[in-house]
Design a protein around this ligand. Structure first.
Ligand code: CP
Length: 356
């Protein structure tokens, strides 16, 4: 049984194997493979696509689903901890899908739980199942994940879908453009990682100049709910808006526009019926991809992967806790764990840089 917590936990071969399995399940649904299994669906943050597509995906492979779609409908409202919530739900289910506002919450839950945890988004950190459906969509449409030029536009700082997709595509010789106002540009720990790995990237404030070169335009919403200061949000809200007149004839014929959705005003409706607009298909691809994740998590399908390369070292540390105030280490009783890499130390839970 396997948890899915970060896209970084998957090797390139594992990503390809999950995409292959998703393709098979897309062509031939297999309602018998998880018959008798029960999935816990715990959403501490709002969701339309992720929650409903995980539920639909579970039904399509024969599993049943229990859970809640808001912490207000659970005993969290009475003060129960995440630790105790997971201890209870693991007793009722065979796997748990969880979305939480705290970074590293999924990794923490996986330490507590004896059943696999599937991270459905942990604050501004990661959204790995979204990334798998993003790469499924890219591969299906463009035929490859290799050597693509990908522009991310909007919220680079809090955009967990951006963080996870960059980590995934970093394995496929892609080059990146990050288009955002300075206050919501890509976090320094990700910039540092790209630099250290020699992956080509540019931090920009406008997309117009690079539009003719790119293969994937990944739009994102500027997320009001993640800003500590609403004045900062007002300064950047509505800054990027694409529409037919800004895109058609100015990009490659085969360029695709993706968006994890929901959108607010960053993609005009007039683009929806163009050949570039893939965002609704992208969201629909959540069904086969999440069905495949359930099948692997619950052992109904093996990935048949050779031994993985050595992972980074995980150590304990005593001196201080993670300084990211949104990290789970500041909310739950956790170990102090650090991931050591050749280019720095990172919190085991939220992945942010740590100074010991
Ligand atoms: N893409 C995504 O995570 O959408 P929801 O917030 O609706 O689940």
């Amino acid at each position: 049984m396997k948890s899915f917590l970060s896209i970084k936990d998957l090797s390139v071969q594992e990503i390809y194997s999950i995409l292959d399995l998703a393709e098979q399940l897309d062509r031939h649904p297999r309602p018998e493979i998880l018959s008798g299994k029960i999935i816990g669906s715990l959403f501490f943050e709002p969701s339309t696509r992720t929650r409903l597509s995980f539920i639909s995906a579970a039904y399509r492979v024969g599993a049943k689903v229990i859970g809640f779609d808001s912490p207000d409908a659970s005993s969290i409202k009475k003060g129960e901890s995440l630790r105790d919530t997971i201890k209870m739900v693991e007793a009722y289910t065979d796997a748990i899908v969880m979305r939480h506002s705290i970074e590293g919450a999924a990794k923490f839950a996986a330490e507590i739980s004896r059943v696999p945890i599937l991270n459905a988004g942990d604050g501004a950190n990661e959204h790995p199942s979204q990334t798998l459906l993003d790469v499924y969509t890219i591969k299906k449409q463009l035929g490859t994940l290799e050597n693509l030029k990908v522009a991310f536009v909007g919220d680079m700082k809090y955009g967990r879908t951006v963080h996870s997709l960059v980590k995934a595509l970093s394995n496929f010789r892609c080059s990146f453009y990050f288009v955002a106002p300075e206050i919501i540009q890509l976090p320094s720990y990700l910039v540092r990682e790209l630099k250290e790995r020699g992956i080509p990237y540019q931090l920009l404030q406008n997309y117009e100049e690079i539009l003719p070169q790119i293969d994937v335009l990944y739009m994102t919403r500027i997320q009001r709910e993640r800003f500590e200061n609403q004045e900062d949000f007002q300064r950047v809200s509505g800054i990027y808006k694409i529409s037919k007149d800004k895109i058609l004839g100015k990009c490659k014929e085969e360029m695709i526009i993706l968006h994890p959705l929901p959108r607010v005003d960053e993609i005009a409706i007039d683009l929806d019926d163009t050949k570039h607009a893939l965002y609704f298909q992208q969201a629909a691809n959540g069904i086969p991809v999440r069905s495949a994740l359930f099948a692997v998590a619950l052992g109904a399908k093996k990935l048949d992967i050779p031994e993985q390369a050595e992972k980074n070292r995980v150590d304990s540390f005593e001196k201080s806790r993670c300084r990211n105030m949104m990290c789970v280490t500041n909310y739950e009783e956790t170990d102090n764990k650090v991931i050591r890499t050749s280019y720095g130390d990172y919190c085991y839970y939220c992945g942010k840089e740590i100074q010991l």
